[in-house]
Design a protein around this ligand. Structure first.
Ligand code: ADP
Ligand code: MG
Length: 597
């Protein structure tokens, strides 16, 4: 028995402070809650003031609908929200993050002051808290919307205050919190003040909609060159919509940066989704490389659980693989649509030289430099921030554009390994002959329907020995390989190859099949996994059935590789993701010699 132990009801402020640990961890969490509220209030302009990393002051001011005077005290009470009106709403609203506890929690850990003018009222009001339970409401001057000032966070909770990092770090975390809003609300203008200096000023983009990323906004925010070349995503199926922008394959990078994922407008991080995005780039970018992306997923709220994380930075998909495959497919579709060298197609997203140009870029640039082709041949520096065309292009007509050999001044081989191509347009390509040939064969195999493959029958069958378990697989895969031009019969000890695609004249088939077997962890699964492994098998075939490094090439052979490469869907890398072409501009070479003329 608990003799004489007095039970205490915890004061509400203390209850809130305890709960605050989850919701309000640091100044950035306050910023997030205030931003959400301003956006919910339909604001089109939001100003954020940060002093001393938000430790001294966080102020968010909006031009939204405002708060009726009679509601002012109650919005600071726990679980008070104007956003949940009926029980049916509850599930949806919770997933959107409305719990009616942000303001009351913030109030329990900081000094809060709020001024608001409700749209339907003529006057503004201010609520000032002396302490958690004592407030006054009085008339104030404000034209529209709401401003919330949060001062001296955690001042009353030293244990939490102690855990704050330096002002600079807290400020950085605030920016990390703000960026996602900037990205997906191009319809809202944002201004950020840091210690009374204006550091970010983003105008709203006319006619832009929330939740649709606009390149213009991203450019003014990130100031990065790759943004221009980002590719639009679109996917809609199985209750999942995927949209946003992903980096052009030529803009792969080592760093994990500029990567954003949103689910139902909430910024989240999900490793599975990030992996799925990269899977969409498989064979388009070198292995292990990253790309910038802003991916927005819209999914029925019933199919996710956001409450796994108190600040909702993570989510759980009821069926993660559905989400992953939707994302992967969206990315694949988007990038195969742009990585095409096709030259005589309409000028929609034509790209060459690893860069993508929109019709607007082209016409704008061609006016200045004279030629579409030249514009296309220059790499990213051409479209510098200033819009200034740095390189001087010579006069060329669009007709020449169709003839691949035109414009090539020189083509030769070095080290029996690389093809060097010098273009009239002051561009130099160094092509890895094997990687390029592999890419060409790979795409040819991928497109082939069996009869399109040029086969040669061997006069004397080529015999290769294999183990029993390998022979089982070879028997199962006979039809598959036959479709790609490799015909064989299986004997007790090996196979007898009777026909191969022409490219396979010098192939070491023992090595070739060993590599195929190595594709599966368990060789006995190989034929079951054939669909999954198909691209890998074709890549292996391409590797064996292509011009090798160390092989001498005649001019015609080099031209042939060049011509076939530029019509590939993805000419930038071999099917394993190694680069196939290295492009240099004369100006790059000049720069290396510090030559300025
Ligand atoms: P929730 O956002 O979950 O409703 P909050 O504690 O964040 O809970 O806010 C409580 C209520 O205060 C909101 O439901 C809204 O009615 C009102 N409110 C807060 N901030 C603003 C704002 N900037 N503009 C208009 N109304 C606001
Ligand atoms: Mg809120």
């Amino acid at each position: 028995m608990n003799k004489g132990i007095k039970l205490n009801t915890l004061p509400q402020e203390l209850v809130n402070q305890i709960a605050a640990g989850e919701v309000i961890e640091r100044p950035a969490s306050v910023v997030k809650e205030l931003m959400d509220n301003s956006i919910d209030a339909q604001a089109t302009k939001i100003e954020i003031k940060i002093v001393n990393g938000g430790i001294d002051l966080i102020e968010v001011s909006d031009n939204g609908n405002g708060i009726p005077q009679e509601n002012l005290p109650s919005i600071f009470k726990t679980h008070t929200t104007s956003k949940i009106s009926s029980f049916e709403d509850l599930n949806n609203l919770l997933t959107m993050g409305f719990r009616g506890e942000a303001l009351s929690t913030i109030l329990s850990v900081a000094n809060v002051n709020l001024i608001s003018k409700y749209v339907d009222s003529d006057i503004a009001n201010e609520i000032v808290f002396k302490d958690f339970d004592n407030h006054t409401v009085k008339k104030a001057a404000r034209e529209s919307g709401t401003v919330v000032s949060v001062r001296n966070i955690f001042e009353n909770i030293p244990a939490r205050r102690k855990f704050l990092k330096s002002a600079q770090t807290e400020y950085k975390k605030i920016l990390d919190t703000l960026y996602p809003y900037f990205l997906i609300y191009p319809n809202i203008s944002f201004v950020v003040w840091k210690d009374s200096k204006k550091v970010i000023d983003l105008r709203n983009i006319p006619n832009a909609k929330a939740d649709i990323v606009e390149k213009e906004r991203i450019e003014s925010l990130m100031k990065e060159d790759f943004v221009k070349r980002m590719v639009k995503l679109f996917y809609d199926g199985g209750g999942i919509k995927v949209k946003g922008l992903v980096g052009h394959p030529s803009d792969h990078q080592k760093r994990i940066s500029n990567q954003y994922i949103f689910v139902n407008r909430r910024p989240v991080w999900d490793n599975g989704i990030a992996r799925a995005i990269l899977s969409g780039y498989e064979r388009y970018i070198p292995f292990g490389e990253k790309v910038p992306f802003i991916v927005l997923i819209d999914i029925n709220p019933d199919l996710i659980d956001v409450n796994v994380h108190p600040r909702k930075e993570e989510i759980r998909f009821l069926n993660p693989f559905r989400a992953y495959s939707a994302v992967e497919e969206a990315v694949k579709k988007a990038i195969t649509g742009v990585t095409s060298f096709k030259m005589d197609t309409p000028m929609i997203n034509i790209q060459r030289d690893g860069k993508i140009y929109t019709p607007r870029d082209i016409s704008f640039k061609s006016n200045q430099s004279g030629s579409v082709r030249d514009s296309l041949l220059f790499s990213k520096e051409v479209f510098s921030d200033t819009g200034y065309v740095k390189s001087i292009a010579s006069e060329k007509s669009e007709i020449e554009f169709k003839d691949e050999e035109q414009g090539i001044r020189n083509i030769f081989q070095i080290f029996n390994k690389y093809i060097v191509i010098e273009f009239d347009s002051d561009i130099l390509w160094i092509v890895d002959q094997h990687a390029a040939a592999e890419r060409i064969t790979f795409e040819k195999l991928k497109k082939s329907n069996g009869d399109s493959i040029e086969k040669q029958n061997l006069l004397v069958p080529y015999t290769v020995q294999f183990s029993e378990s390998e022979l089982i697989v070879l028997r199962e895969m006979k039809e598959f390989f036959s479709e790609f031009g490799i015909e064989y019969t299986v004997t007790d000890t090996g196979i007898e190859i009777s026909s191969t695609p022409v490219e396979f004249v010098n192939t070491d088939f023992k090595k070739f099949f060993d590599e195929i077997f190595a594709l599966s962890e368990d060789i006995s699964n190989l034929s079951k996994e054939i669909n999954k492994l198909k691209e890998d098998i074709l890549a292996t075939m391409a590797c064996h059935g292509s011009v090798r490094s160390g092989q001498y090439l005649h001019r015609e052979e080099m031209m042939d590789i060049y011509k076939k490469l530029i019509v590939c869907e993805n000419p930038y890398s071999c099917p394993h993701g190694r680069p196939a072409v290295w492009k240099l501009k004369l100006s790059d070479i000049d720069m290396n010699f510090e030559r300025t003329y």
